[in-house]
Design a binder for this molecule. Structure first.
Ligand code: AMP
Length: 563
């Protein structure tokens, strides 16, 4: 498929206001995509790689702006591109407004036979770009992007730029792709949904639907080594749980980082909640899994940092371990971790997603040979402590309260209450898992803006504008400036700087990228912010590095809390 046809379709999709029309246009695009279907299905969502892939394009705004400036009319500099971006707020529109291609003949990438860009060519060029590594790789990346932009017409440039920075902004989310696949290839929506959940690869699913229909989709299975989205929890009370289900499964809520374990029978790989490969930073977890498991399995659990006495440390400590690339042995010494497995998605060739929680948990205990959460059996002391979480089935508020007290006094965060009959639904923030936090509530909010500090803090961002998730967008709910030490402020500044979209006076607009955990005393109705609410006495608790903006708390949750 010519990249120009893809871009024209994307423009048409962006222009239609209604969801039904969007689905129809995307379905049409899928039917016409031919051999490029899997790539088109990813591109239309702004992805170059499948969601399960650890490979990232890793093109920052600066590189993209430099490539655009190079391909643009003479005298356009990267700083001009940034000025235009500040004025229009979105890189696609900036790219579209440039006169690209002045240096025709210099770009050798992404080609079709007649010299135009093709979807396959752009895909190959961007994959090459992601693979570039080592000294000189920035120049190679710049050349590749320049080569693409230099040959793009205005509409192509608009969508190419958005693809490169990873945001399509045409209102095509997961649900649209699912519905469009169903419509395009005459298969049930549920079958598409399930196949996307178990493969985490829309390209594979659209292609399977096209070639093998419903039967093909039903044959899509979990694969060891291909991480899927984690099942998520909502906030809830014990009373909710007891009202909704006859019996309640209660488990400790570990304050650590979510880990998906993939064991192929011999080797183990670990993935974080954002599906990054974190095998290397956690050798002791790998070791204890490899010692305990002798069949292929996919497990879900939490890795927790502990002190010398084995008591949990704050989850920020475990994040330090996850990020550590060098000197892992020293980090391991400084921050020991424990791994608690709480779910089993696949065991010995059998997918267990549809089995009830109690059955999955029983399989987990069988596999790891440890039902008490008091440390993996055997081993040589080189593996991580931890084991299988204890799952207690109860039916009274008193039992839940006493389990909660026990969890808290052991230094854990609190309790999870789960529906014992429920299936494992990847990526779903349903009501089958409820998290019960003992403290005053906190919210996980996306930073969408900042203000420069004053006085001693004048060189840093000092106040942060916070937003809640609302569908695919974000709505502001307040500002936070308290609870942040000078050191943290400096780190936050560095961390947020790459996401500045525009600046006016002392205020900056930021790309939604970083999630803060924020405590508060009360939620009030307020016309000041676009969510319709404001937080009273907001207090910075920490950065949720393990969460993407899509995992932030929703307006719906705030609605419920405000009630
Ligand atoms: P939150 O991060 O506050 O949204 O709470 C949900 C998270 O709690 C999950 O994503 C897990 O990482 C974590 N968690 C800790 N213990 C458990 C458990 N026993 N079952 C499920 N999730 C847990």
């Amino acid at each position: 498929m010519e990249f120009a046809s893809f871009a024209d379709r994307a423009a048409a999709i962006e222009d239609v206001p209604s969801d039904t029309e969007t689905v129809e246009l995307v379905a049409d695009l899928f039917v016409g995509a031919g051999e490029d279907l899997d790539t088109v299905a990813r591109f239309i969502q702004g992805r170059v790689f499948p969601a399960h892939s650890a490979t990232k394009l890793d093109v920052g705004p600066a590189l993209c702006h430099a490539a655009l400036a190079k391909a643009a009319e003479p005298n356009v500099t990267p700083a001009d591109i940034e000025d235009r971006l500040a004025a229009v707020g979105e890189v696609g529109t900036v790219a579209e407004g440039l006169t690209l291609g002045g240096q025709r003949g210099l770009g050798a990438f992404g080609g079709g036979s007649d010299g135009g860009l093709t979807v396959a060519g752009v895909d190959a060029a961007l994959r090459g770009l992601a693979a570039a590594d080592g000294p000189g790789s920035t120049d190679t990346k710049l050349d590749t992007l320049f080569g693409l932009f230099n040959r793009a017409d205005p509409t192509e440039a608009r969508f190419l730029a958005r693809l490169v920075v990873g945001t399509m902004r045409i209102g095509v989310g997961k649900g649209t792709v699912r519905d469009a696949t169903a419509e395009a290839f005459g298969v049930p929506v549920d079958a598409v949904e399930r196949a996307i959940q178990v493969s985490n690869d829309v390209g594979l699913v659209t292609e399977t639907a096209r070639q093998a229909g419903e039967a093909g989709l039903e044959d899509v299975r979990l694969a060891v080594g291909r991480p899927i989205e984690a099942m998520l929890a909502q906030a809830g009370t014990a009373v909710d749980a007891l009202e909704e289900w006859d019996r309640v499964a209660v488990e400790t809520k570990f304050d650590g980082a979510r880990i998906q374990v993939h064991h192929d029978g011999e080797r183990t790989r670990l993935f974080s909640r954002n599906l990054e490969d974190v095998t290397d930073p956690l050798p002791e977890v790998v070791r204890s899994v490899e010692e305990s498991l002798d069949v292929p399995a996919i497990l879900d659990g939490e890795v927790v940092a502990v002190d010398e006495a084995g008591s949990p440390r704050p989850f920020q400590d475990v994040l330090r371990r996850l990020r550590r690339k060098h000197d892992v042995a020293a980090a391991r010494e400084a921050v020991p971790v424990e791994f608690y497995a709480f779910d089993c998605l696949h065991a010995a060739g059998e997918d267990l997603l549809d089995a009830p929680l109690t059955e999955r948990h029983a399989r987990l205990s069988e596999l790891l040979g440890d039902g008490d959460g008091e440390g993996a059996e055997g081993g040589d002391g080189e593996g991580a402590e931890g084991g299988v979480s204890e799952l207690r089935i109860v039916d009274s508020a008193e039992e839940i309260a006493s389990l909660e007290e026990a969890a808290l006094s052991a230094g854990h965060e609190g309790l999870m209450v789960k529906n014992p009959e429920s299936a494992y639904t990847p990526g779903d923030r349903g009501r089958n898992w409820l998290k019960r936090k003992p403290d005053a509530e906190t919210l996980d909010l996306v930073v969408t803006g900042a203000e420069w500090g004053e006085g001693r803090r004048a060189n840093y961002f000092g106040t942060f504008l916070l937003s809640v998730r609302d569908g695919e967008g974000f709505r502001t709910i307040g500002k936070v400036a308290t609870g942040i030490t000078d050191e943290e402020l400096e780190r936050l500044h560095e961390r947020l700087r790459p996401y500045v979209r525009s600046e006016s006076g002392t205020e900056l607009e930021l790309e939604p990228a970083v999630v803060f955990e924020v405590g508060y005393e009360e939620i009030q109705r307020s016309p000041t912010y676009s969510s319709g609410y404001a937080l009273r006495f907001p207090r910075f608790v920490g950065v949720r590095s393990d969460k993407a903006p899509d995992d932030a708390d929703s307006l719906e949750r705030v609605d419920r809390l405000a009630e």
